[in-house]
Design a protein around this ligand. Sequence first.
Ligand code: ZN
Length: 221
Amino acid sequence: MSYQHQYADGTHIHFPLGKVVCIGRNYAEHAHELNNPVPTEPLLFIKPGSCVVPAAGGFKIPSGRGSVHYETEIAVLLGKALSTQPSEEEVLDAISGFAPALDLTLRDVQARLKEKGLPWELAKSFDGACVLTPFVAASTFEDLAAIPLRLTLNGQVRQDDTSAKMLNPIVKTIQYMAGHFSLLAGDVIMTGTPAGVGALEPGDELILALPGAIQVETRVL
Ligand code: ZN
């Protein structure tokens, strides 16, 4: 199904989907659960817009390429371009919304790539590798260091954390990204996954939530 940005209240979002810029290992407990070191500098990677699918109605996962892991993350929608060294105020002004989202990962493929020191695209950029829900307005959260995030999988809470645990807070992460390459209106920032990642199977039922703000039910087709 083709994807278009939208707000949870039905308000139209006029800018097109751009790229999805992600930060890896942004929660210490998640780095530890995969036996990865905690990075000293933000670890960035980019998913192309072509891999984004909406959560509504369910989503497909690849078969025959090893385990497919969910990583539930707070997604940030940008409504303005940012480049060079944006101030904190400029970053806050550019944020249009927040959503719970999935950074799907071919974990076995990623492990092989990591072993060889190769880039992660084969594990992170397949069609359907980014599942986005509608966004709630940026004004929903007064404190960006207190955004809750939860994944319920088949009735069990599997990831439940807040942005307070991020090693690089949201604004600093976006400042760092924009310091290295331009971010545009319609780009999505994925802010890293907390501990509790795991494999998905067809038929799994998921509830993605920023508790108190938005909750979206979806399933693996
Ligand atoms: Zn991730």
